[in-house]
Ligand binder design. Structure first.
Ligand SMILES: C[S@@+](CC[C@H](N)C(=O)[O-])C[C@H]1O[C@@H](n2cnc3c(N)ncnc32)[C@H](O)[C@@H]1O
Length: 298
């Protein structure tokens, strides 16, 4: 592959998905793109890159972008975020949303779904605590193919062994041939949809918890900042953001602050006070409205 061809791929991937393909990643191209070359009846990678530049190559561009994404995921990955979910996020939001009885959780780079199903299991394990609550668990990803897998909830023996404790496997999965399938009750709790992190989030609504893990590492600083600040706008003032173990906001955005002693867990800066108000009693709300009106008149 010529430097020009590699440069074309670098620009295309950055523009379409945010992925920064550094110079030392050339070795990946052959293994990742050969199946796309074959599937489309093309000669080789150079032929593919020529075809990408022709009008009407939208589907091919999506196929190349998807082939270059890294979809690695597993159940209860890194453990700490799920410990934080059980020990910090659930208790605090169960209390704060007591009146509204609804919770919205977004897995913003859901891949094959293990992250979202792990959260659904922890919610189920809470038993009665969420009875008569409306809990929405939404997973999004740029890859249509990986989302199809997530929706089926089907995993190999190797995939379930990677992180799913045996008692939970027995309780929440059914064996289907050589595979394991997440039980229908859990599958009904989650939804998956195709969404690019570079696109506008405003149609997604407001979330109480956002898991955005192990995707920002592939983006440059500007893209990380842009994605994080747009996520901030979709969060409830007292909501939580969870990043991957290798990800940080330091030097990227000041919209969030860490939760003390809780690795990878963030809240909106100065957000909790507003959140407390939004969940206040009707009387407190009326007092706040009056105060705001008085300020406007003054
Ligand atoms: C390494 S996986 C992380 C999965 C999961 N969050 C975890 O930590 O186990 C990264 C996922 O990000 C997705 N991705 C990459 N770029 C994206 C983009 N611009 N918009 C949405 N998803 C993207 C990939 O398709 C892939 O499934």
């Amino acid at each position: 592959m010529t430097p020009q061809e590699y440069g074309y791929l670098q620009n295309m991937l950055k523009e379409r998905s945010g992925l920064v393909l550094s110079e030392d990643k050339q070795y990946l191209i052959e293994s990742r793109l050969s199946p796309v070359v074959k599937k489309n009846g093309l000669e080789n990678i150079s032929d593919l890159i020529r075809k990408l530049q022709l009008p009407g190559s939208e589907n091919l561009k999506s196929a190349v972008t998807e082939a270059m994404t890294i979809n690695e995921s597993f159940f209860f990955r890194d453990k700490t975020p799920f410990k934080n979910f059980e020990e910090v996020m659930m208790p605090s939001l169960l209390k704060a949303r007591q009146a509204k009885r609804s919770l919205r959780i977004w897995s913003a780079a859901a891949s094959s779904g293990q992250e979202l199903y792990s959260l659904a299991i922890l919610i189920k394990e809470k038993g009665d605590a969420f009875r008569s609550w409306k809990v929405e668990l939404m997973g999004t990803d740029i890859s249509t193919e990986i989302l199809e897998k997530a929706k089926t909830g089907l995993y190999s023996q190797f995939e379930v062994q990677r992180g799913m404790p045996s008692p939970l496997l027995v309780k929440y999965f059914q064996q289907v041939g050589s595979l394991w399938q997440v039980e229908s009750g859990l599958r009904a709790m989650v939804s998956f949809r195709n969404y690019n992190l570079l696109d506008n989030f405003s149609s997604l609504g407001t979330f109480d918890i956002v898991f955005c893990r192990n995707v920002l590492i592939y983006f440059d600083r500007e893209t990380k900042q842009d994605v994080l600040e747009r996520i901030a706008r979709q969060m409830a003032p007292d909501g939580y953001l969870v990043l991957g173990a290798a990800e940080t906001i330091v030097g990227i955005t000041d919209k969030f602050e860490p939760v003390d002693g809780r690795q990878g867990l963030l809240r909106l800066k100065n957000g909790s006070a507003v959140g407390a108000l939004s969940e206040s009693s009707p009387l407190q709300q009326a007092a706040a409205d009056l105060a705001a009106n008085a300020k406007k008149i003054a």
